[in-house]
Design a protein around this ligand. Structure first.
Ligand code: DC
Length: 212
């Protein structure tokens, strides 16, 4: 079973999903980390970011392990490498390809079917688990999202803003698994709220729905 938390870059998904998972005793699933692994592997192997078949094959063959905050790609710890700006941009490019998405979505479904998860991403409520009993769509103002990302990565706010703008545009416009709120998702604007306030709100929604 999964609580789905979707939304654009910098809306607070990771912090909130981790907090909700901890509060409810569920496992946290960072679906973006999976696309980031495909991107890193493609950059390292020299597979073109527009090579749909090459990327599909690569994605199907990768061994991706998510254990707490650690992300391992073919047994190597890539937790830091996948957060580099070059990998962020490449992740948004590789994730447009349907074969890459199918490979990642089926892995995500396997995990979710075997336990209780709080999963964050772009298409958890719409594609990965349309039957999820609680879907949340987090948003925040563009300025707030850029500020948060700049704080995390140490980059300048204007550069970070340009990066998240182009990623969000691509993530929203793609044909498969686009960034979109499910019709039955609960929207939460996190601008001006602390992470703890948002976690409390989602936990309250979960309890109202009899979860876990
Ligand atoms: O959540 P994130 O910033 O780590 O995601 C990195 C990229 O991966 C994002 O730009 C789009 C892609 N992604 C996706 O297509 N579907 C998801 N469920 C999660 C991420």
């Amino acid at each position: 079973m999964v609580i789905a938390i979707d939304g654009p870059a910098g809306a607070g998904k990771s912090t909130v999903a981790r907090g909700v998972a901890e509060a409810l005793g569920f496992t946290y699933l960072d679906s973006g980390a999976m696309y980031r692994c495909v991107a890193l592997a493609a950059l390292e192997a020299g597979v073109g970011l527009e090579d749909a078949d090459g990327l599909g094959e690569l994605a199907e063959a990768l061994r991706i392990e998510l254990e707490g905050p650690a992300v391992r790609l073919d047994r190597r710890d890539v937790s830091a490498a996948i957060r580099e700006p070059e990998v962020s941009a490449a992740a948004s490019l590789v994730s447009v390809h349907p074969r890459v998405r199918e490979a990642m979505v089926s892995r995500q479904r396997e995990l979710i079917d075997a336990g209780d998860y709080v999963a964050e991403g772009r298409d958890i409520g719409t594609v990965v688990s349309p039957d999820s009993p609680l879907k949340v769509f987090l948003t925040a103002s563009e300025a707030e999202r850029a500020r948060r990302r700049a704080e995390q990565s140490g980059g300048d706010a204007a550069g970070v803003l340009a990066g998240i703008r182009s990623r969000d545009e691509r993530d929203s416009a793609r044909e498969h698994g686009a960034l979109r709120a499910a019709d039955d998702a609960v929207p939460i604007d996190t601008t001006g709220l602390t992470a703890a306030q948002v976690v409390d709100r989602v936990v309250e929604l979960a309890r109202e729905r009899g979860l876990p």
